[in-house]
Design a protein around this ligand. Structure first.
Ligand SMILES: *Cc1c(COP(=O)(O)O)cnc(C)c1O
Length: 361
């Protein structure tokens, strides 16, 4: 079976050379006679991989020295609880900007832990088709933090600007657009991103956090939930998901070798331009529900004239080796995820299929 064109929403495509490296190194990691999975997380071999992954992240994103780079287990959903557990002190309140299903979930978890406010939402009839404007936000200048979701995996919207929050730290769930291009880490107090969209396997989450927020985090919570615990122990307080960290290392090393994030961004822009261009060519056939200024570079959603045609589209595409095109179970339609590892050639193949499908009607 040849490799498919993988448009999965997550877990999702990974760069083939990063997987091939894992295959080559699997039985004998670096001349040690065992796989990295079998190594102690306290040994030199794993420690080297772990520290390389952290320093590659620092290098790719220019992470300032006053930020920790942490590895957490349990996915981004785990952070929905861990963020307020650490940062939402008694007597304080946190602001949440709701732009999709994941930010709703983050808000609901925080609500169980402390006082939270909705500082803005673009929900209309359970759907989200755009990002709010600054004037639509009602931000509390005394909030402990403002939480946002930079890319909305389900609804295909993405922030192309950042809300102005004054001295209030901005906390971002970047799971589905982490490393899609460079960002200014300083604009954020804390960033978290599940690995399985853009940088590796599921079950591992990267956290970039300003050191003063980590140091000032709540101490009356279980040790394992404290960011400070993981920061003090270089994310080796307990056994981390070693194989996931190893694979992230492979993906990041490959990203650096092939031109870094400027090259990643160039390819991502090219892919989105190809796909949105094709959708816009045939507004009579392809319907894009998302406001143009809020379109996501990572998850492109669109509808066909009927659900019947959508089913046929997905089935015919699968026969041609294109998978992962069904919309989220809550929204229906078509969703094409264009994460970093999706090749421009795969998108070229998809858009020529789309043109042919639309002309057949
Ligand atoms: C996928 C995703 C999540 C959930 O990740 P899990 O690893 O399943 O917990 C959270 N937020 C966003 C934006 C996502 O895309």
């Amino acid at each position: 079976m040849p490799r498919v064109h993988n448009f999965n929403a997550g877990p999702a495509a990974l760069p083939l050379p990063a997987l091939e490296r894992a295959q080559r190194e699997l039985l004998d990691h670096d001349g040690t006679g065992m796989s990295i999975i079998e190594h102690s997380h306290r040994g030199k071999a794993f420690e080297a991989v772990h520290n390389e992954a952290i320093s590659l992240l620092r290098q790719l994103l220019d992470v300032p020295d006053d930020y920790h780079v942490l590895f957490q287990y349990g996915g981004a959903s785990h952070q929905f609880a861990v963020v307020p557990l650490n940062l939402l002190h008694a007597g304080r309140s946190a602001d949440y900007i709701i732009t999709g299903g994941w930010s709703e979930k983050a808000y609901q978890e925080a609500e169980r832990i402390g006082t939270v406010r909705v500082a803005g939402t673009t929900e209309v009839d359970k759907r989200y088709t755009r990002i709010p404007r600054q004037e639509e936000l009602t931000l509390d200048p005394n909030a402990a933090y403002v939480h946002m979701t930079t890319n909305n995996t389900l609804f295909g919207t993405q922030w192309h600007w950042l809300p102005e929050t004054g001295d209030v730290p901005l906390v971002a769930d970047m799971s589905s657009d982490f490393l899609w291009r460079r960002i200014d880490v300083r604009r954020f107090g804390l960033i978290y991103a599940g690995a399985q969209k853009n940088i590796g396997p599921s079950g591992l989450t990267v956290v970039l956090a300003r050191k003063d927020l980590v140091d000032g985090g709540r101490k009356d919570i279980p040790t394992i939930f404290r960011y400070a615990t993981h920061a003090t122990n270089n994310s080796l307080y307990n056994t981390p998901p070693t194989f996931a960290i190893y694979l992230v290392r492979n993906v990041l090393a490959y990203t650096v070798e092939t031109g870094g994030l400027d090259e990643v961004e160039r390819r991502n822009r090219r892919k989105a331009e190809l796909l949105y261009g094709t959708i816009d060519e045939r507004p009579d056939f392809f319907r894009a529900p998302v406001e143009a200024a809020s379109r996501s570079f990572m998850n492109v959603v669109f509808r066909l004239p009927s659900e019947e045609l959508e089913k046929r589209f997905i089935a015919e595409a699968a026969r041609e080796g294109m998978v992962g095109l069904a919309g989220h179970r809550s929204t229906g339609g078509i969703r094409v995820s264009l994460y970093n590892a999706v090749e421009v050639a795969s998108v070229e193949f998809l858009v020529s299929f789309m043109r042919a499908f639309a002309s057949r009607g």
